[in-house]
Design a protein around this ligand. Structure first.
Ligand SMILES: NC(=O)c1ccc[n+]([C@@H]2O[C@H](COP(=O)([O-])OP(=O)(O)OC[C@H]3O[C@@H](n4cnc5c(N)ncnc54)[C@H](OP(=O)(O)O)[C@@H]3O)[C@@H](O)[C@H]2O)c1
Length: 335
């Protein structure tokens, strides 16, 4: 099969198309012939050598949708021929609160979806939501799962609350916007691009501020009538502390990433004085994935697809993500 291999860490040009042997499904596994895959920032962290436990060569990619071609021993034969999306949360374990010791994310150490075929545990394939194109279906899994768990099981966002989503151009952030609106929340966003702020408003955001403006936090406070109830943050760095400052008493800070690096300082006084709840979240359980998918079925929500690149142009797609040029998900079309 054709696959994109990363043999050494580095720039986008390190992602090269190669011919590799087709995977064979083992016991309990399904082999999926992929129609589309999608990028996540995780792929950039791995490509640039900034991820724990990197083993190369690797086929990156956590998101994929396609048709089940074959199953291994013990897996349900009826899956063959089904149109599916893949849950990239592998071996979550049996505790809803956190994953167990065998947990992995598809696309390292297991070979991922930047390829014509991928093998995954049969329990991780789910029916493609009716009404979504292959490209849309492939855009959903990792970012949709992360945003769903952040907003629903973790932050328990309620109708009428104000939710702040920093860096709305990001893949997870656009799903958080869709879900927060669906939950009936008021949504404020930030972005480094005025054009992306307008696109977010068209998707239902109630207000937006450009974070390149030194006074962005003051402007968010004004839009929130004094503060916000929930922040869903993948930006990290200085933004994290500024968001804690923006939270109303009793507010919830749910964090899933740190694109701009570690948090340099946190004014703990604000956390205890305002009785804040700091929540962490990563990926989600099988139950989270199934519940998240139902939001996309039968003419429900549609993911935001930014651009589609052919698989052979995976390096161009990475360049696009490196530049934070995207609004929503960057998809790879697979021949
Ligand atoms: N824990 C988990 O399970 C999990 C799951 C998914 C992702 N993550 C992590 O979450 C982060 C986001 O992932 P992603 O795939 O959604 O990334 P992405 O699509 O690459 O989005 C990153 C976004 O960050 C925003 N950003 C950059 N600098 C910023 C700043 N100074 N202030 C505010 N926003 C800023 C940009 O927004 P604008 O374009 O609007 O300026 C950019 O589009 C990554 O660090 C990733 O590793 C974690």
């Amino acid at each position: 099969m054709k696959a994109i291999l990363l043999r050494d860490p580095g720039g986008p040009e390190m992602l090269r198309a190669e011919d590799v042997p087709d995977p064979t499904p083992g016991p309990g596994e399904a082999l999926v012939r992929l129609k589309a895959a999608a990028l996540n920032h995780r792929d950039v962290w791995i490509r640039t050598g900034q991820y724990a436990g990197i083993k190369l060569p690797a086929i990156l990619g956590s998101d994929g949708a396609g048709v089940v071609e074959a199953v291994g021993e013990g897996a349900d034969e009826a899956l063959v021929g089904r149109e599916v999306v893949i849950n990239p949360s592998l071996d979550w374990g049996d505790d809803e609160r956190f994953f167990g010791p065998d947990f992995r994310i598809l696309g390292l150490p297991d070979h991922g979806t930047y390829a014509q075929y991928v093998k995954v545990p049969a329990a991780n394939v789910h029916p493609r939501p009716a009404g979504l194109s292959w490209q849309e279906a492939a855009a959903v899994p990792l970012a949709g799962l992360t945003a769903y768990r952040a907003l629903v099981p973790r932050a328990a966002v309620k109708a009428g609350e104000t939710v702040l989503i920093p860096g709305i151009g990001g893949g997870v952030a656009t799903f958080a916007l869709l879900f927060a609106r669906k939950l009936g929340a008021r949504v404020l966003v930030t972005s480094g691009s005025d054009e992306k702020l307008e696109r977010a408003k068209a998707l239902g955001a109630d207000g937006g501020v450009n974070y390149r403006d030194e006074k962005w936090a003051d402007k968010v406070r004004e839009l929130g009538d004094g503060g916000v109830d929930v922040v869903v943050d993948g930006v990290g760095g200085q933004t994290y502390d500024q968001c804690i400052d923006l939270l109303n008493p009793g507010g919830r800070m749910v964090t899933f990433g740190a694109t701009t690096g570690p948090v340099p300082q946190v004014a703990t006084r604000r956390i205890f004085w305002k009785q804040l709840n700091l929540l962490g979240t990563t990926m989600g359980s099988p139950a989270d994935f199934a519940a998240m998918l139902t939001l996309f079925a039968n003419g429900g929500l549609r993911p935001v697809v930014d651009r589609v690149f052919p698989l052979s142009n995976a390096s161009e797609a990475h360049r696009h993500m490196d530049e934070a040029a995207q609004f929503g998900k960057i998809v790879l079309e697979i021949p």
